[in-house]
Design a protein around this ligand. Structure first.
Ligand SMILES: [Zn+2]
Length: 314
């Protein structure tokens, strides 16, 4: 729109396309993955154009930046990442692209959960099953902090502060947008706390492919078992799977989920051996596309928790 405006303007007066006009242009922001992209859009509103590196339904664990991604990053003023080792490819991308803009870590300041708490479920032999995957370690930090709404509220605050720093002229708008959005988040969290608490503790148990829901589980007091551990890059060993199958039978676990980004075969095998039918895929590390049930963070949270609540109530 700006371009066509300038073209017409050139015929009238070139001064209409002066830097003063450009100064009111939207801030180009790049987010590492789709969930963060939505949060940035909620806070930035009309003042930003947001693009994401890992697209909806994409897997950030095994993502590899393309030359086009490098160019897109170079043209951005703000790069928003999750941190906690989620984007193992990030530093290399920043240095390869000579990106000079601001980088903010959305998870800064949250209480980080270690994966060690669920050590018995972590596969011992983390073989790579994606040949082209980058070799990186997540350590013992669980990076999927956005599945706890209080953490996401901290993400939103960090994003609002980051945008305010690079675009102080619209600071009031960013803080207002963040405040309104945080209210919606708090409302959803409050109703979910009540709904999960209404389910007896011994029934609050579920199985997911990789440990993306550790924070959601901690928030709503669900015991979660994940054969793949913290990253989709690892492969569950035969003994891990056997152990989980035994546990499902013994504890009569009814909630079994695959994820939109994961290979469903492992869960299909567990389902077959336990006769527990998997629920609809949960959205763990990426939103759905616009036609899917989880095109925004709020819709993703409502959708995932509705599936989990229904499965736990069985
Ligand atoms: Zn993940």
């Amino acid at each position: 729109m700006r371009f066509s405006h300038c073209l017409t303007s050139v015929l009238l007066s070139s001064s209409l396309c002066s830097p003063f006009v450009l100064a009111d242009d939207k801030i180009p922001v790049i987010a590492s993955f789709s969930i963060l992209g939505d949060l940035v859009q909620q806070v930035g509103g009309e003042h930003v154009t947001v693009s994401t590196l890992v697209s909806p339904n994409g897997d950030a664990h095994v993502y590899q930046p393309t030359p086009q991604d490098t160019i897109r990053l170079t043209k951005s003023q703000l790069f928003v990442v999750n941190g906690l080792g989620f984007e193992g490819w990030m530093e290399r991308l920043v240095s390869a692209s000579h990106y000079k803009g601001k980088v903010i870590t959305a998870s800064a300041g949250i209480h980080v959960l270690a994966f060690g708490d669920e050590e018995q479920n972590q596969p011992d032999d983390a073989d790579e099953h994606h040949d082209e995957a980058d070799e990186h370690q997540h350590g013992s930090q669980n990076p999927h902090a956005w599945h706890s709404i209080p953490n996401t509220i901290q993400y939103v605050r960090n994003i609002a502060d980051g945008l305010s720093q690079i675009d102080p002229a619209h600071k009031a708008d960013y803080q207002t947008n963040a405040g309104n959005y945080i209210q919606q988040l708090e409302q959803l969290d409050k109703s979910l706390l009540q709904e999960f608490a209404a389910i007896p503790a011994e029934k609050r148990k579920m199985i997911t492919s990789h440990d993306a829901f550790g924070y959601l589980s901690a928030r709503y007091q669900i015991t979660t078992i994940a054969p793949q551990g913290v990253s989709t890059e690892s492969e569950a060993s035969a003994s891990d799977i056997a152990k989980i199958i035994k546990q499902i039978r013994k504890e009569n676990i009814k909630a079994l989920f695959v994820e939109n980004i994961s290979d469903p075969r492992l869960m299909q095998q567990i389902s077959k051996e336990t006769s527990v039918k998997p629920g609809q895929p949960l959205f763990s590390d990426a939103l759905s596309d616009d036609k899917g049930p989880a095109p925004t963070y709020l819709e993703m949270m409502r959708y995932n928790t509705a599936q989990i609540l229904a499965a736990l109530k069985q």
